[in-house]
Design a protein around this ligand. Structure first.
Ligand code: NAI
Length: 611
């Protein structure tokens, strides 16, 4: 328990009541129950338990009668939620139901999520969050994050102060320019940081009060939105150049000034040029990372590590060909190189094992227009070509990575060639949503006589091949970013270097069991993600201490315990004050009556006067 200043609920009460309300304490994720009375317990989503308040609690808190005359357990409430959810057919409606639940009963929402992460994750995050962002003007009801617009330049710190939580430890922010595969959605992009931070809590147990979603509204170039009467952002074309850069600079500084240097700042869904440029600019001076670039890389490299157990080869024994050299592709390629260097080859040798191909063809230094600046490291001194298929054969590729947004780009001829190149070809078809995947798992299995090792970005139904059923894995960033964030937050790391993403990849790969591999997946089951997150957090904390990046001292004796104690618990707590027997003293001691006391005092006084 820590002593803290008033939270907004208490402020509210102070305003109404001139008596000073003493805020005694407030554990990291809960407001201590006996500070508040009455209707606040029912109204505040962090405190509300719905019909799960016991009759004793209702009487002590003065809310008896506000609730129906029955008490339900959290399990019974969850069963009702599941029944209600099942009645909705449309994923957007399911999402809205869940959002409403989060707004009224936070613990119930997170407890429900924990019962089946694989089922609820797609409703809270991709793909449903894409629909939510597109209709954000319609679904927007109450503040669940901060909007900071270009017109707030010079006043950003003041806006951060308006956020009612005092213990923010992580901020996820977007400028809305590249929302998933949907392009520029401007202020409608807010659904993304809200969703990502929701996963911080659901998948890694970071308390909700520690998370702050922010949209930096710098305008939009989406003409449809500018003309849309429901649009909620500023109606201006996107800021660029110095005006944009100064705004981002002020924002980063304001966050650190408001929440100290260990505030974790996660860039999310920025367009390629800004994403790579800003990450390069800030990653060594702020505690920051970009999940699209570094989180993706970590999860894919984890899959490659797990695949090594099948191929009996090391990463450095492969030849990699990437279709797509954007944020995801180049991020993955960079981390694969780091991993190969750890295996004992030089960076120069590692880079030579990687070939990249984008909309302009092979990344060749001789091609017209050259190699894009964020990918210069991977420019090859080769004749330019736009024939991706023939490269697969001529380079004897053993690992094919798709991050191109081109659905079906891995044709069956390409996949068959992969089957000829090596016994166990690796195929990563990462593009989202499902229709944009470079190939389906079924296509990959069919074309390689079931010998391929496959992972996708989107979930796919099981594959049937040779009388067996395989459940291929999803290279979902959710396996890593919440755990990395948990570790970074807990050890107050100054920075989030690339080495942490490699550490997370290794930890995740170790969580893959032989049973997973036999089923055809190089990732664990998503329902285990909370345990995986805590393991990743432990490895991140250890790494931070080893590299001198931790901001706490001394290192906790038991890092596992340290992580577990912090993690959010979505089970309800009892709001009744602690009650216990209190001894009335030793009954054998004879206590004087008041008369006896007075008589003895009078005697003493008289004696004094005689003298
Ligand atoms: P991006 O826009 O930064 O890059 C796309 C790349 O694909 C560019 O290099 C572009 O030149 C290339 N490309 C486009 N058309 C092409 C064509 N016809 N032939 C060859 N290359 C072509 O996008 P980003 O962020 O790199 O994402 C790419 C895809 O990866 C998206 O579909 C995204 O959903 C997916 N992704 C999946 C993740 C996962 O599964 N964990 C994580 C991040 C992204």
């Amino acid at each position: 328990m820590r002593l803290v200043k008033a939270n907004f609920l208490v402020k509210e009460i102070r305003n109404k009541n001139p008596l000073k309300v003493l805020v005694r304490a407030y554990s990291d994720d809960e407001i201590v129950p006996n500070l508040l009375r009455g209707v606040d317990y029912v109204r505040h989503p962090r405190l509300n338990k719905g019909l799960a308040f016991s009759f004793e609690e209702r009487q002590v808190l003065g809310i008896h009668g506000l609730l129906a005359g029955t008490v339900k357990t959290q399990e019974e409430q969850i069963a009702i939620c599941k029944y209600s959810l099942n009645r909705y057919k449309n994923p957007l409606n399911k999402h809205l139901y869940l959002a409403e639940l989060l707004d009224t009963n936070e613990k119930l929402f997170y407890e429900l999520m924990s019962t089946d992460v694989e089922k609820y994750l797609p409703l809270v995050y991709t793909p449903t969050v894409g629909l939510v962002c597109q209709r954000f003007g319609l679904v927007y009801k109450r503040p669940r994050g901060l909007f900071i617009t270009l017109h707030d330049k010079g006043k950003i710190r003041g806006i951060l102060r308006n956020w009612p939580e005092t213990h923010v430890r992580a901020i996820c922010f977007t400028d809305g320019e590249r929302i998933l595969g949907l392009g520029d959605l401007g202020a409608y992009g807010m659904g993304i940081p809200i969703g990502k931070l929701c996963l911080y809590t659901a998948l890694a147990g970071v308390p909700p009060a520690h998370c702050l979603p922010i949209t930096l509204d710098v305008g939009t170039n989406n003409q449809m939105l500018l003309e849309d009467p429901m649009y909620i952002g500023i109606r201006e074309k996107r800021a660029t150049g110095d005006s944009y850069d100064e705004f981002i600079e002020e924002f980063m500084e304001a966050c650190v000034n408001q929440y100290t240097h260990s505030i974790l700042l996660q860039f999310e869904d920025f367009a390629l040029a800004n994403a790579t440029r800003l990450l390069d600019r800030y990653k060594n001076c702020y505690c920051t990372f970009n999940d699209d670039i570094q989180g993706t890389a970590s999860v894919v490299v984890a899959g490659m590590f797990a695949a090594c157990r099948i191929t009996k080869k090391k990463l450095k024994d492969n030849i990699y060909l990437f279709l797509g050299a954007g944020s995801a592709g180049v991020g993955i390629a960079n981390l694969v190189c780091d991993a190969m260097v750890e295996e004992g080859i030089s960076m120069e040798e590692a880079v030579k094992k990687i070939y990249m191909f984008d909309a302009g063809g092979l990344l060749s230094t001789k091609r017209q227009g050259g190699v894009p600046p964020h990918a210069t490291k991977f420019g090859r001194d080769m004749e330019p070509t736009k024939d991706f298929g023939s490269l697969v054969g001529s380079l004897k590729v053993t690992c094919l990575v798709g991050a191109s947004t081109v659905g079906g780009a891995f044709t069956s001829a390409i996949l068959q060639q992969m089957g000829k190149n090596t016994e166990r070809p690796q195929i990563y078809a990462l593009s989202n949503p499902t229709v944009k995947a470079e190939c389906t798992p079924q296509q990959a299995y069919d074309a390689t006589e079931g010998r391929c090792i496959y992972a996708s970005g989107s979930p796919f139904p099981p594959v049937k091949f040779g009388g067996k059923t395989y459940h291929t894995g999803q290279g979902n960033n959710s396996y890593v970013f919440p755990g990395i964030a948990l570790g970074v937050i807990l050890c107050h790391a100054h920075h989030v270097p690339d080495s942490m993403f490699l550490t997370a990849a290794k930890t995740l790969a170790k969580c893959v069991t032989q049973k997973d591999l036999d089923l055809g997946r190089i990732y664990p089951h998503l329902n285990e993600v909370r345990v995986i997150s805590s393991k990743i957090a432990v490895s991140i904390i250890n790494r931070a201490f080893n590299e001198g990046l931790a901001g706490i001292y001394p290192k906790p004796e038991n890092v596992e315990d340290f992580v577990q104690k912090y993690m959010y618990n979505s089970k309800y707590v009892d709001y009744l004050p602690d009650r216990y027997d209190y001894p009335c003293g030793d009954s054998k001691i004879k206590v004087k009556t008041m008369e006896e006391l007075m008589a003895s005092l009078t005697k003493k006084t008289k004696k004094g006067r005689c003298k």
